[in-house]
Design a protein around this ligand. Structure first.
Ligand code: TMP
Ligand code: ASP
Length: 258
């Protein structure tokens, strides 16, 4: 790998300085964590698959007018994105009860919600990304009221689009997480979609069997996580050359000289 400046290393990605000012390179790792990194592991080929799935979804969202940081995919594990100031809020969109919502409110997993629910978590690993109300976001100035309007409107449109896209390939979109960022244009800033959309941050269940095709396979020790990610990519029509050929991890390691 070339000697470029690393800006940040997160749990699933590394950010490097991009080739032009205002750009960043996102490198997708195979590392997987859960429960605020209490559980750590790797999912072979995850980075390659998430890079491709996220590229696909961000590109389609661009076609329906959702602005995002995505510029283009550079290679198997990297994409070029616009540099943003990340809004320190994780936006959780839920269609069906699962995970922390089920636990918190005692609603059985798999119960459809009366309508789409948006939740907000304050991005702070030390605090374990606590759930917060819009009032907290306004009170502490994490985002303005106007920005929250843009964020919630985009989240609902993204959900409508993605729920339809996944239904078309036999997958139920249970819930997912989004992150947004600010780009500055002169004295003004605007909100765009950032981070990634992949089976790491979505719950995806097979429509017929309710089989989990997402990171819950890792979180809950169900096994078959790499195969589940591959299945999502395959159904999305990605890797027409064959997922297993592209994910020939041994030859990839050889190429990197490891
Ligand atoms: P939760 O049920 O654990 O709150 O998660 C809801 C959805 O958001 C689930 O699809 C996983 C995703 N998510 C992340 O991607 N990162 C996170 O830090 C959290 C808490 C959730
Ligand atoms: N909370 C994230 C997840 O479970 C990962 C982590 O916190 O380590 O998806």
């Amino acid at each position: 790998m070339s000697r470029r400046r690393q800006i940040y290393e997160g749990k699933a990605k590394i950010l490097y300085e991009g080739p032009e000012p205002g750009t960043i390179i996102q490198y997708f790792k195979d590392d997987a964590t859960a429960f605020n990194a209490e559980k750590k592991g790797t999912i072979n080929g995850k980075g390659v698959i998430n890079n491709r799935i996220s590229e696909h979804i961000f590109t389609l969202l661009g076609h329906i007018g959702i602005p995002s940081h995505f510029i283009r995919r550079l290679n198997m594990r990297e994409q070029l994105v616009k540099q943003v100031e990340i809004v320190p809020i994780e936006v959780i969109v839920r269609n069906v009860a699962a995970g922390s919502l089920s636990k918190r409110l005692g609603i059985e997993e798999g119960t459809p919600l009366p309508h789409t629910l948006l939740e907000y978590c304050y991005k702070d690993d030390a605090l374990g990304d606590p759930l917060v109300a819009e009032e907290h976001i306004a009170c502490f100035g994490w985002a303005s009221q106007e920005e929250m309007q843009d964020i919630s409107a985009m989240a609902i449109r993204i959900n409508d689009f993605m729920a339809g896209m996944f239904a078309g390939i036999g997958i139920k979109l249970i819930d997912f997480k989004l992150e947004f960022g600010r780009v500055f244009e002169g004295d003004f800033s605007r909100i765009i979609l950032a981070d990634e959309i992949s089976p790491d941050g979505c719950r995806l269940w097979d429509i017929e069997t309710n089989e989990k095709l997402d990171k819950d396979r890792f979180r809950r020790d169900l096994g078959g996580e790499a195969e589940a990610y591959q299945e999502v990519a395959r159904r999305l029509g990605l890797f027409p050359e064959g997922v297993s050929e592209v994910l020939d991890l041994n030859s990839e390691r050889k190429k990197r000289g490891k």
